[in-house]
Design a protein. Structure first.
Length: 78
């Protein structure tokens, strides 16, 4: 049992794991706010997202566009 638990186990990313492991630590470092309910509607959210997105782009060459309402509703082809 110890041998098994000592090794890393691959897990799927979830909304909750991204929020707790990526979003909230960056949010806390940038804005000193612990809860997402404390964030301003536009400025704070954009700031956190831009920092995360820039890091992902620099480290792994990925770009994740921020979803917009028309894209979510299928009005704009993806």
């Amino acid at each position: 049992m110890q041998k098994f638990l000592a090794e890393a186990v691959e897990l799927e990313w979830t909304k909750e794991s991204i929020k707790s492991l990526i979003w909230k630590p960056i949010q806390k470092a940038l804005l000193d706010k612990s809860s997402t309910t404390e964030l301003g509607k536009v400025w704070d959210i954009d700031l956190v997202f831009d920092h995360i997105n820039r890091h992902i782009g620099t480290k792994w060459g990925l770009y994740v566009p921020w979803p917009s309402l028309p894209e979510e509703q299928g009005a704009i082809p993806k």
